[in-house]
Design a binder for this molecule. Structure first.
Ligand code: ADE
Ligand code: ZN
Ligand code: ZN
Length: 272
């Protein structure tokens, strides 16, 4: 995702943190750094030479065959790269943040990675190998050249909501929180639904469940039409996509809160 997605995931999650978790998170942020700023750090880091090793941690390249087959398989899709994927990275960072023998800076970094990866693992094209996760599919978006990956990361959402300003992010977060608590998502945003896999001792299994859910959208919508190359996607396609994007961001925020609560307090806190 871009700034809009990641910052909303983090702000939404902050609304569901148990008090002890909120204190913990605060302890591992820099002075003056918001949880939203911390959630976007990993993309900048991946683009500087020092952090290049972490580039493959932002996705898992499911080598499935959309739109016919969508499935994520850890041994086939993650270990192959040698440098890890979003699933192995989440497992490692979940271990590191709990490791009290690590220095503060390392645990703080693990927190920033977790805040970011819970977001990315819900972006359908961050779970898909085909055409480099859509990066190689050139399309048009409101008459401008773009690639499929970038419109799913940010351009579709921004075409409906504008630039990711602080006000915009707060109002989007409020809207998603309303949908979770009393609206469209209420029946799914439950401990038994979105909260089903929040088991930090089976982090790999949970991350695979989340990645698998995101990957299902690749068959059901993202790459359902086999020929997107060169097409204008700003109209009907974007209108169908925005609902999927918003729900995926809501899911990510809800699960991020549950995950952090599990890490710090040992219960997800989503039913309180
Ligand atoms: N590079 C290779 N595969 C990718 C993906 N699925 N998402 C983002 N970048 C990638
Ligand atoms: Zn992306
Ligand atoms: Zn990323």
């Amino acid at each position: 995702w871009g700034f809009y997605g990641h910052k909303t995931v983090a702000l939404l999650a902050s609304r569901y943190l148990l008090p002890e978790t909120a204190v913990f998170v605060q302890t591992y942020l820099y002075r003056g750094q918001s949880i939203m700023d911390a959630a976007v750090w990993a993309d900048r880091y991946a683009h500087i030479p020092l952090g290049r090793y972490s580039k493959t941690w932002h996705y898992i390249d499911a080598q499935d065959d959309p739109p016919r087959v969508c499935e994520v398989n850890y041994n086939r899709d993650c270990a192959v790269s040698g440098s890890g994927c979003i699933v192995s990275a989440l497992v490692n960072m979940t271990e590191r943040i709990q490791n009290e023998s690590l220095p503060w800076a390392q645990r703080a970094q693990a927190l920033r990675f977790i805040l970011h990866f819970l977001g990315d693992i819900h972006q359908p094209l961050h779970t898909e190998h085909k055409q480099l996760g859509g990066n190689r599919i050139k399309v048009l978006f409101h008459g401008h050249e773009a690639n499929l990956h970038s419109i799913w990361d940010s351009r579709i959402l921004e075409s409906f909501r504008g630039r990711p300003t602080e006000r915009g992010i707060i109002s989007f977060t409020n809207e998603l929180q309303d949908r979770i608590e009393s609206g469209e998502y209420k029946s799914e945003a439950t401990v038994e639904g979105w909260g089903k896999c929040l088991n930090i001792s089976s982090a790999e299994e949970c991350a695979l469940v989340w990645a698998g859910g995101a990957n299902r959208w690749v068959c059901e919508y993202v790459l359902k039409d086999e020929e997107l190359e060169g097409k204008e996607l700003g109209g009907e396609y974007a209108e169908g996509a925005v609902g999927i994007i918003e729900k995926s961001i809501a899911q990510a925020g809800y699960r991020l809160a549950g995950w952090l609560n599990m890490l710090v307090v040992g219960r997800h806190g989503l039913d309180e």
